[in-house]
Each structure stands twice: as C-alpha cells, then as structure tokens.
Design a binder for this molecule. Structure first.
Ligand SMILES: O=C(O)CCC(=O)C(=O)O
Length: 282
C-alpha cells in the first residue's frame, strides 16, 4: 500500500502494518549496493569488524542510514503511529546469507532495551532484497502487542541472529503466524511488544533488511545513566537522550569514536541479567 493509504488505527489493532511502499526499487538497490561495497572492501580505521557496525547502531557511522531514518515516506508512515515528534534510537542491517540456517527466535523487542515496556516505540523494517517465506521473512502474531512482556530465556545459540539468542518461553501456534512478505523498497512496522521471529534462508539470494527503531522523546533509558538518540523530526521537550549527530562521511574518525562511546553504554544495558558477554556489543 501507499503511505497515503496506511491507517495508523490498523497498526494499533494488529501491532503491525505492512507492506508499505517507502523506497523505489532503485533506492533500495542503491542502499544494498553501498553496504555490499563496504563488505567487499572494509574501510580502514575501524576499531571492530565491519559486521558489528552494520549489525547495530549503523546510523552513527553511515550517512545513508541516517538519511533513511529521515526519509519522507518512512517518516510519514511512522508519524501516523507515534505522532510528530520522533527520535531514531537504533538502526541495523538484519542480513541472512543465502542457504543458511540463521534464524530469529520468538521474542519481544522491548524486553532488553531498558526503555520500559510502553507504546512509544516502533520498528521500521525496510526490505533491501525480497523477504519471502523462502528467504526467512519475519513472522508476526496479530494482536500480540496487547500482551505484557513474556518471560524470555537466553539460549546463545550460534544460529540465532539475536544478541543473546533470546527466546520467549511461550509457545506460538503455527496457525497464528503471519508471514511478513516484502519486496525491495517495502516496509513493515511493528510494535515493541509484538511476538515475532523469522526462519532460515533457503533461497539463492541473501535476505537483507534495514531496521530502524523510532521512539518518541518521552521514552527514557531505565537501565543506565545515559542513552543516545538521533533527532529525526518535531520537537523534544524532554531531552532524555544525548543527541547523536549525523555522520559527515562514512566511518569518519569522529563517528567511529562516538560509536565506541555509544556501544560501551549499550553493552551495559543489553548485558543486564545475562550470564555471558553479548558478542555483538563487544
Ligand atoms: O530480521 C529479522 O529476521 C528479525 C528482525 C527483528 O527481530 C526486529 O527487527 O526486531
């Protein structure tokens, strides 16, 4: 559907909305190409492997990702859900290589973020390649955002793409699963308490999604003294987050240094309650 056809009410009923057309296929392809060029030839001066920058907080080091977080079509849709005042709290690439067993187990995003369990957060998942049942698209359970946060267990399974292999200790019935099929340039939105997961990629192409986490300024980090966000639109009368500036160029020395600072704080937040080190934050 076009952004103009998207009704925020449907999101609040189901806890998700898709497919919403936000980028042209050419725009999606350009983002994919840029990321793949960095993967083929990682820039110098990085303090950690390239994959880690892509896997979390990519908006801090990649101008394209910061630009996507302010893309007019993306913002128009997110505003229909959260209102006019928006911050970007995180952005990452969720990539599953062709013919791999990597999965994402059932979970609710807000469980580990330290931002509380409220309604002022939405995830935008933008397809950069076809997200199909074959390639391991996400699966949602309609209305599951109306539940409280369920108990989760850490599995640290190496085939699980989540930071600690977290898994809801609640069984989801197969007949309740809604596959989130998206073509390049299409977006889904989901609530932070949505039950969601994704299966392996048995297709011939890698499955790539650019995932942007939007919050309203009322949100507040509860598990650490400070947290960071990038202002996107509207006003912020709360100033609960330290502002992350747009990177001036890809992996500029300043943005790499800021990245390290943010990750040090996020590592503490994400590690709360975990018995092991969380690999993607190290
Ligand atoms: O990309 C996936 O398969 C899972 C993504 C996810 O869990 C999320 O964006 O919250």
């Amino acid at each position: 559907m076009q952004v103009s056809e998207f009704k925020g009410d449907d999101y609040w009923r189901d806890g998700y909305a898709f497919p919403i057309d936000v980028l042209t296929a050419a725009e999606a392809q350009a983002v994919r190409k840029e990321v793949e060029a960095f993967e083929a030839s990682p820039p110098e001066g990085l303090t950690r492997p390239l994959a880690k920058y892509l896997r979390t907080n990519a908006h801090i080091v990649l101008p394209t990702v910061a630009r996507m977080a302010r893309h007019p079509q993306v913002i128009d849709a997110v505003k229909k859900v959260l209102g006019p005042d928006l911050l970007c709290w995180g952005a990452e690439f969720f990539t599953k290589e062709a013919h791999t067993n990597k999965v994402v187990t059932w979970h609710q995003d807000l469980t580990y973020w330290g931002l509380g369990y409220g309604d002022q957060e939405v995830t935008a998942w933008i397809a950069l390649s076809p997200a199909t049942v074959e390639s391991g698209c996400m699966k949602f359970v309609a209305g599951s955002h109306k539940n409280e946060i369920q108990p989760h267990v850490d599995t640290f399974d190496e085939n699980n793409l989540l930071s600690r292999g977290q898994e809801m200790a609640v069984k989801v019935n197969e007949e309740d699963e809604v596959p989130v099929i998206l073509m390049p340039g299409q977006m889904s939105l989901h609530h932070g308490r949505m039950f969601h997961a994704s299966g392996p990629n048995v297709s011939d192409d890698r499955r790539m999604g650019l995932v942007i986490r939007f919050i309203t300024p009322e949100m507040k980090q509860q598990n650490a003294g400070r947290d960071y966000a990038m202002p996107v639109c509207g006003a912020d009368t709360h100033r609960n987050f330290e502002y992350v500036p747009d990177p001036v160029s890809a992996f500029s020395p300043e943005s790499v240094a800021l990245y390290d600072e943010v990750m040090a704080e996020h590592a503490k937040i994400m590690a709360q309650g975990s018995e092991k080190k969380i690999a993607i934050y190290s």
